[in-house]
Design a binder for this molecule. Structure first.
Ligand code: ZN
Length: 342
């Protein structure tokens, strides 16, 4: 037996700034707006020195390609602090020329605990309100898996899962498909009326609703992994944009938030110490999971002419991902129980 391994898990905790005096508001607004100007090339603007460094790092990361938008004020982890002894928490924000910065009360959507370490924080302005996204990390003991929960991502079902302890697959994404369809229709009718302002507005609403759905799906998947002592196997998503089925198909595919869902599952799982691996997803939708021959897809069905096996195509993909993950884990010496498939 190997000794327990520890992983570093990260997540973002969202918070709202509850109260700002007029003076604090003015200082924060200046720092925030100077941060915008600094990003756009005004390097001599007054801005907290370490925050300038954060801006430079960010510019390097995006290769200087800025979008037409306001960016959050990025605070380096050693320049801000949060007092968590009492509620509300008190956040110290560094401000250029103000010794000790400003201290403001914040309300987080979940508690910050002593075992978390603060990473970068981002101050965001939305209308007249200010928010902070605080990136935190903690050390977690990795659970030893007995089973594998494999996830296949597709168009009909954004996620199809199979668990090596249970032969019945689960399909996720009905609600997502409905929401996407609804907004697609709405956008088209607004475009006919040339109501472009309204299109932008419903775009934001759609994103929020889709995000909620993705959070829900990822939570359910990670909870199942927890309950069944399973690790999670995800496809690496490498093939997903390079489909050769034509533009129409690709447009539809790229509108789906695979990457986002994959990230949500990963961070939620890691936070609970659940192991996540990525497996090469190449041909997992084309090969028969029973005999390994190339089969064909007919609508939502997969058909194998070699062994005359027919099943749901997404299920077939998920089992292939599970089998690859099992091979990979056996090579790494893990003691997994024998999988049950249909
Ligand atoms: Zn077959």
């Amino acid at each position: 037996m190997s000794s327990p391994e520890y992983i570093i898990a990260r997540k973002t905790i969202k918070a709202k700034i509850l109260k700002l005096s007029e003076e604090e508001e003015e200082l924060l607004r200046q720092e925030y707006e100077n941060f915008q100007r600094y990003l756009r090339g005004e390097k001599t603007v007054p801005l907290y020195a370490a925050t300038k460094q954060q801006a430079d790092r960010f510019l390097r990361r995006i290769n200087g390609k800025l979008k037409e938008m306001e960016y959050p004020l990025m605070l380096r982890n050693d320049t801000y602090s949060i007092r968590i002894e009492r509620s509300p928490y008190i956040l110290k924000i560094p401000i250029h020329g103000v010794w000790g910065g400003i201290r403001v009360p914040i309300k987080t959507h979940e508690p910050i605990t002593g075992n978390m370490r603060l990473r970068e924080a981002k101050v965001i302005r939305r209308g007249n309100e200010w928010f902070v996204h605080i990136c935190v990390e903690k050390k977690v003991e990795e659970r030893i898996p007995k089973n594998i929960l494999a996830i296949d991502m597709g168009i009909r079902w954004i996620a199809t899962t199979v668990n090596s302890s249970n032969p019945i697959p689960k399909f996720y994404g009905k609600e997502l498909r409905r929401v996407k369809g609804h907004f697609f229709y709405l956008r088209r009718s607004l475009a006919l009326k040339k109501a472009y302002g309204a299109i932008k507005k419903i775009g934001d609403r759609e994103r929020r609703i889709v995000n909620d759905i993705l959070h829900k799906i990822s939570r359910e998947i990670v909870n199942e992994a927890l309950k069944t002592d399973a690790m999670i196997a995800l496809g690496d998503l490498k093939g997903i944009r390079k489909s050769d089925k034509g533009n129409r198909f690709n447009r539809k595919l790229n509108g789906f938030p695979y990457y986002k869902l994959s990230k949500l599952i990963e961070y939620k799982a890691r936070w609970l110490g659940i192991k996540v691996i990525k497996v090469n997803e190449r041909n997992t939708s084309k090969l028969c999971h029973r005999c390994g021959s190339k089969g064909i897809r007919k609508g939502s069905l997969f058909e194998c002419q070699s062994c005359n096996y027919t099943c749901n195509a997404d299920y077939n993909g998920a089992v292939n991902i599970m089998k690859r993950a099992i091979r990979y884990m056996r090579m790494a010496g893990a003691g997994l129980t024998q999988p049950i498939t249909r």
